[in-house]
Write a protein that binds this ligand. Sequence first.
Ligand code: GDP
Ligand code: MG
Length: 297
Amino acid sequence: LQGYVGFANLPNQVHRKSVKKGFHFTVMIVGESGLGKSTLVNTLFGTTLYPHKGDAEPSDETPTTVEIQSLSADIEENGVKLRLTVVDTPGFGDFVNNEESWKPILENIEARFDAYLEQENRVNRRKMVDNRVHACIYFIAPTGHSLKPLDVEFMRRLHTKVNLIPVIAKSDTLTEDEIKQFKQRILDDIAYHKILIYQAPQYEYDDHETVAENREIISKIPFAIVGSDKEVELSDGRRVRGRKYPWGVIEVDNEEHNDFVKLRQMLIRTHMEELKEYTNDVLYENYRSEKLVTMGV
Ligand code: GDP
Ligand code: MG
């Protein structure tokens, strides 16, 4: 297997913090069917995923609403155990009437806040389990035009509840120029609709290398990604994860070819603690205080 998660490379400080707290990180994946969500999940975490305990088993019946499916990976490197949970949302945008596609997803995110709030109110708070969603990767279809009403509606409904990270799906279907223009249009649309996507902070006291690395990652948002869980052979005989075309191979793990590596670095390495902190200190805190107000506490 190629370096899937790479958390052995976590900066020492993040690593120590995570180990102490019991590392648990949850990412949700949303977007229309066929855009490569399931493939990305496999590409991110390899074959190590299993159904999350306590969730309904996926059924064969045709669903009539958005499903919520969690998969977890327990990863151990150098004696440190980490749990990553990926929440897939098949069915989003698939129905005749998609006006409320965002609703089951919002409800799921809020139910996780409620579960956390309930634990906080217990007398014994030593065994808190954090199943809150720390990041939501939103897949945008590679149309090259602009955001669809469905995209705008989803992001506007969710942006104060979760860290939104937009990505351009299947970016191998666009040329480099098209990607550049499409990224700009997406950012313009996001600004026009006053949507808040995740803003990674820049700390001045970081060393030059870290500042440069962060800046480089942030400059790629919305990440143009390519997913593939299959290996293909290059002309020199090397086998890599990628997608084969008559004119050549697009390599998933090659930063020259797409932004997948940058997305993974941001989630797992450079911004993981930050995504968790923002979820706790801002998104969850706002939810909690609004809830207390409506309850008249
Ligand atoms: P989901 O419905 O969003 O979960 O999409 P899937 O992961 O099931 O992928 C749908 C189809 O798109 C499959 O045939 C995948 O092989 C293909 N696919 C996934 N990712 C990519 C990608 O980055 N580029 C291209 N060209 N095809 C992809
Ligand atoms: Mg799927």
